[in-house]
Design a protein around this ligand. Structure first.
Ligand SMILES: NC(=O)c1ccc[n+]([C@@H]2O[C@H](COP(=O)([O-])OP(=O)(O)OC[C@H]3O[C@@H](n4cnc5c(N)ncnc54)[C@H](O)[C@@H]3O)[C@@H](O)[C@H]2O)c1
Ligand SMILES: O=P(O)(O)OC[C@H](O)CO
Length: 320
């Protein structure tokens, strides 16, 4: 079985490293020819995942057509860029198994990664790989468990193909639940970071995480997800990791927001655009998502973090 990882950011590179350590015929595709040549030569992605050496068997290519000859294609580019990427290259993806490896909701379409694949490449089989993991941990061979969600008829084979001795995949057919868990937790991670960055303390962060989880569940239920999926790796598991670790870019972005500090705008922070996309979805489905909406208001510069907290605390008292 051949695998290509499309996108040589931190996550794509980490997945390619672990997959190539366990399987033959793994290719990492980078869109930039110079970057691909350098990675092939020095056996490392210095820019995105410095220090993680490539296994000798990992191929690196800047030819998308060649890379797409693989049977299974993992797409590891940020969510907001997937739409254009799939449109531009749709001819190469027909009848392929496309595994989305990103976490978010598209701000224009309101679709998650698999929804985007299904819309733009309907002949493909769409799956998603998501859950608690930092690229540096996966690439370093540290034990990691993720959720693989996809259609029943392909799922067990895919699970076998994409598992490695250190990367343990759990399967589910609840694609909506898996992708919503990964998308929504990033918004709550920004809120958690903001709580800590503004000096509100760890008890406040626990409140944000718990009430954030409650609103994640409300939206997921309304959109047809299974509650059990949200309590698994792709929901609760990833929420816990992302809201408590400074390795998370979403959490660090929140820290900077809370502290009124600057943040490198070129960093991938999926939760920022996803917050806005989710607020629109919540309004459409009439779901109460106060923390997500507060983050959207802060990002739109309609509220400061302190004003957002005041507004959250002054809501009418309610049952848990
Ligand atoms: N980094 C992690 O620890 C981690 C872990 C789990 C999941 N993820 C998810 O993986 C996804 C990607 O994140 P990342 O950490 O790899 O981001 P990154 O910022 O490290 O890299 C993004 C990559 O996408 C590439 N890219 C952008 N536009 C492209 C296009 N049009 N065509 C081809 N390539 C393009 C960039 O060149 C870059 O290499 C995100 O959804 C993120 O949530 C990341
Ligand atoms: O760095 P972040 O915030 O994108 O988080 C990375 C992963 O999603 C954690 O599971």
């Amino acid at each position: 079985m051949s695998i290509a990882v499309l996108g040589s950011g931190a996550f794509g590179t980490a997945l390619a490293i672990t997959l190539a350590s366990a399987h033959d015929n793994v290719t990492l595709w980078a869109r930039d020819e110079n970057a691909a040549n350098e990675m092939a030569r020095i056996r490392e992605n210095k820019r995105r995942l410095s220090g993680a050496k490539f296994p000798p068997s990992l191929n690196v290519s800047s030819s998308l057509a060649e890379s797409c000859e693989a049977e299974t294609l993992l797409i590891a580019i940020p969510t907001q860029l997937m739409d254009a990427f799939l449109r531009q290259n749709a001819a190469l993806f027909q009848h392929k198994t496309l595994v989305a490896c990103c976490k978010g909701v598209n701000i224009e379409s309101g679709l998650g990664p698999t929804g985007t694949i299904n819309k733009l490449v309907p002949t493909a089989t769409a799956a998603i790989l998501t859950g608690p993991s930092f690229a540096v941990d996966i690439a370093g061979g540290l034990p990691t468990a993720l959720t693989l969600a996809g259609p029943e008829d392909r799922l067990a084979d895919l699970q076998e193909q994409l598992s490695t001795p250190t990367l343990r995949l759990y399967r589910t057919t609840d694609v909506i639940g898996a992708e919503l868990g990964g998308a929504l937790k990033n918004v709550i991670a920004i809120a958690s970071g903001a709580a800590i960055g503004a000096g509100f303390g760890e008890s406040a962060r626990a409140a944000v995480m718990t009430r954030g989880y409650a609103e994640m569940l409300r939206l997921a239920n309304a959109l047809g997800a299974k509650p059990a999926t949200l309590s698994g790796l792709s929901g609760f598991g990833d929420l816990t990791l992302t809201c408590t670790s400074e390795k998370s870019r979403n959490y660090r972005y929140g820290l900077a927001l809370g502290a009124g500090a600057g943040f490198d705008e070129t960093t991938t922070v999926e939760g920022a655009k996803t917050a806005k996309a989710v607020s629109i979805l919540a309004q459409k489905h009439q779901i109460d998502m106060p923390i997500t909406n507060a983050i959207t208001e802060v990002l739109n510069e309609n509220l400061t973090v302190s004003e957002a907290v005041k507004a959250l605390l002054s809501r009418p008292l309610k049952e848990e």
